[in-house]
Design a protein around this ligand. Structure first.
Ligand SMILES: Nc1ncnc2c1ncn2[C@@H]1O[C@H](COP(=O)(O)OP(=O)(O)OP(=O)(O)O)[C@@H](O)[C@H]1O
Length: 690
């Protein structure tokens, strides 16, 4: 039927190199209890060595296969050894929120405690810990960074484990640099850096330099400041890896065919598919469901579920629920399920070889989410989602030769491909003034740094000496949002529309307030029209929020209007937290009673750098960015699609066949020079704006 898989039809090509492995467990049904299960994990044999190294070294780097037990076991060993005694806390960071929540619940279950008590977690806008009681805390790397603003030496933590360090998220890289500094002040703090695929040597070299610290006279002999490296040998169950014989022309179609073939030919067991984003995931869910039905089997037993970060919590949780007897679950996910996650029923993994990655171009000042090939490290993580509780198979939708010869070993650290505005403000708020001289595990580009400094200067966050301004810079750094959104909130205090701006900020913090997957696109578009405002998407959000309140926060109202009820509940929750932050930093809470000019002026105060003008001769809605003269278009999901006002501001760009602006408002160009005279002082820009 296709040149893709023939699983079951042919002898599987088992790759027996580093990717293969030995059968470690005999049978999952043999588990008498969780304790025995814990003791069978590869990491258990290293318990004493790990505790010894942590005791004697300031930094321990632990490399162990996926599923060997690093994330769930090491924090428990540390607790059992007394590292959480006396009110101290063991922290374990993860790059993704879903991983934080799922490993925290697993560890709480293994320890037989209620989540939020001895074992807790914190992600942005959600703290499930109990001060004085929580001993093991899972949190995102970003949240730990934020905690440093109130407690720069992170004094409550005895051990900090930076897990999945190979991901090299911006927050992980900043944390690594800062933790190295903290260690000099707090030699009693222990760090663990762990991953299945991290290049231990470069990480160890990075921490090695701490040995240059001179011990003050009279100070007791502390830990060895040189880092230790421990390799945990052994893996869970065997995972057979299959490659396609020829490159596939369309990974989405290939993934769909592979799922259907597995369902047809392979024994029961859930399937986890890695695609790139909401669009292709929704398309795959629909295609698999339709094709399965077309094959004339009314109840073939397939349950197809999407998984991406914008999905409401209740829908995300469905992927963790046990698969009913006689059914086969297919989870189609972005890379949020790539690390630290265990989906118990998963036997088969299908890896498209792609993910959405952020790329920033400091010349054009444009940051894009682009579908790009993954690295070998990611491919191994994806494979490692199988073989955790039983043997598995991984179908890679790329050739073996491509994997061996063309796939890069590790991805480019996020810091080298991102807009650095949020990162610079965080470092400044932590008192790091010489950002270029900061001890980075991988240096960001100086062009990106200069761009970020320029934007922050224009936002009024930094002064002529590149220090945080008072109060603006400090206030913006306090708000746990992108500095451009924080600036828009701050400006709204002066313009008298802070209540509206807090609603907009909360809505922009979640991926979408609309449901996907019900009815047709036409029905959804019509529903959206009921709330459409001529001024743009942000004002339309206010209309939805108002309707939701007027309905008495009704789920039926949401259902009728294609609004996602769970997303609206989240908006309410985030809104409450942002209101409290606003009050704390002195923003006056006031409503402008729907004066859309002040609302848009406040947005301009934060987003002036994202202004675009419609090309005079354009019949196809082509805009140019004022900053870098880049060609951009309004996204079809925007209420301003085809309306094409002359001047607009966008919140973010997505790149598919063209560069599309998402969440767009129309503006008066004079607001730009009013909001950011410095930014628009350049003669060319000035003449365009006037
Ligand atoms: N929710 C769960 N349900 C069942 N078993 C689980 C669950 N979470 C973890 N396990 C078991 O514990 C093992 C170790 O998981 P853990 O996340 O600690 O491994 P890891 O070494 O950190 O791997 P990775 O880097 O892939 O996350 C899994 O392979 C699985 O056998």
């Amino acid at each position: 039927m296709s040149q893709f898989w023939k699983p079951g039809a042919e002898k599987p090509r088992l790759v027996d190199d580093e990717e293969g492995g030995v059968l470690f467990f005999s049978s999952p049904s043999g588990y008498a209890n969780i304790e025995r299960q814990r003791q069978r994990l590869p990491v258990y044999k290293y318990r004493t060595s790990i505790l010894y190294l942590v005791e004697t070294h300031a930094t321990t780097i632990i490399v162990g296969e996926t599923g060997s037990g690093k994330t769930t076991q090491i924090p428990q060993y540390l607790k059992e050894a007394g590292w959480a005694d006396g009110g101290r806390v063991i922290a374990c960071t993860q790059p993704r929120r879903l991983a934080v929540q799922s490993v925290a619940s697993r560890v709480a279950e293994e320890m037989g405690v209620k989540l939020g008590e001895e074992v807790g977690y914190t992600i942005r806008f959600e703290d499930v810990t109990n001060t004085g009681v929580t001993m093991i805390k899972f949190l995102t790397d970003g949240v730990l960074l934020r905690e440093m603003m109130n407690d720069p030496l992170l004094t409550k933590y005895s051990v900090i484990m930076i897990d999945e360090a190979h991901e090299r998220s911006i927050s992980t890289d900043i944390l690594l640099g800062l933790l190295k500094k903290i260690q000099r002040r707090r030699p009693e703090l222990r760090l663990i850096i762990s991953s299945a695929t991290i290049q231990a040597k470069s990480m160890s070299d990075f921490f090695q330099t701490s040995k240059t610290r001179r011990r003050p006279e009279g100070e007791e002999l502390g830990p060895n400041m040189e880092s230790a490296v421990l390799s945990v040998e052994g893996r869970g169950f065997n995972v057979q890896i299959h490659y396609v014989e020829e490159p596939v022309p369309d990974y989405l179609r290939a993934a769909v065919s592979t799922v259907l073939l597995i369902h047809e030919k392979e024994p029961m067991g859930d399937i986890l598919v890695f695609l790139t984003g909401q669009d292709d995931i929704d398309a795959a869910v629909q295609l698999i469901t339709e094709e399965d039905q077309n094959r004339g089997r009314k109840s073939s037993g397939l349950m197809v579920l999407p998984l991406y970060s914008g999905l409401p919590r209740s829908e995300q949780e469905l992927v963790f629920t046990p698969t009913p007897r006689g059914k086969r679950k297919v989870v189609i996910s972005t890379n949020i399920a790539e690390t630290s996650i265990t989906l118990e029923g998963v036997v088969y993994v299908v890896d498209s070889g792609f993910s959405k990655q952020r790329f920033y171009n400091p010349i054009t000042d444009i940051e894009n989410l682009v579908v790009a090939p993954i690295s070998k490290a990611s491919a191994r993580q994806r494979t490692g989602r199988a073989g955790r509780v039983r043997p598995g198979k991984c179908y890679r939708l790329y050739t073996e030769e491509y994997f061996a010869k063309e796939m890069s070993a590790e991805g480019i650290p996020e810091i080298q491909r991102s807009n650095l505005v949020p990162c610079v403000i965080q470092l400044k708020a932590l008192g790091i003034d010489n950002i270029l001289g900061f001890d980075w595990p991988a240096s960001p580009s100086s062009e990106a740094m200069v761009r970020a400094l320029e934007v922050l200067y224009s936002l009024g966050v930094l002064d002529d000496d590149a220090k945080l301004t008072s109060p603006t810079g400090f206030q913006i750094a306090e708000i746990p949002l992108d500095p451009m959104i924080s600036k828009m909130m701050l400006a709204s205090g002066q313009l008298g529309c802070s209540e509206e701006m807090i609603t907009i900020a909360a809505t922009l913090s979640i991926q979408s307030i609309w449901v996907s997957g019900w009815g047709s696109q036409k029905e959804l578009d019509e529903a959206k029209l009921n709330f459409a405002a001529a001024e743009g998407d942000h004002v339309s959000f206010l209309n939805v929020y108002k309707g939701f309140l007027q309905s008495g926060k009704s789920s039926q109202w949401c259902h009728k209007n294609f609004v996602n009820y769970q997303a609206m509940k989240k908006v309410l929750e985030i809104r409450e937290q942002l209101r409290r932050t606003a009050q704390r930093i002195g923003i006056v809470l006031k409503s402008c009673e729907r004066d859309t000019v002040v609302v848009r002026k406040a947005i301009t105060n934060g987003f002036f750098a994202n202004a675009c003008r419609l090309e005079a001769s354009s019949h196809d809605g082509k805009y140019k960015t004022i900053r870098g003269s880049q060609e951009v278009y309004i996204h079809p999901s925007s209420v301003l699609f085809r309306v094409n006002p002359k001047w607009v501001l966008y919140h973010s760009l997505v790149s598919t066949d063209k560069q599309y602006m998402r969440n767009v408002i129309s503006i008066d160009p004079s607001w730009l020079t009013e909001a950011a005279p410095h930014f628009y002082q350049h003669q060319r820009l000035k003449s365009m704006v006037h």
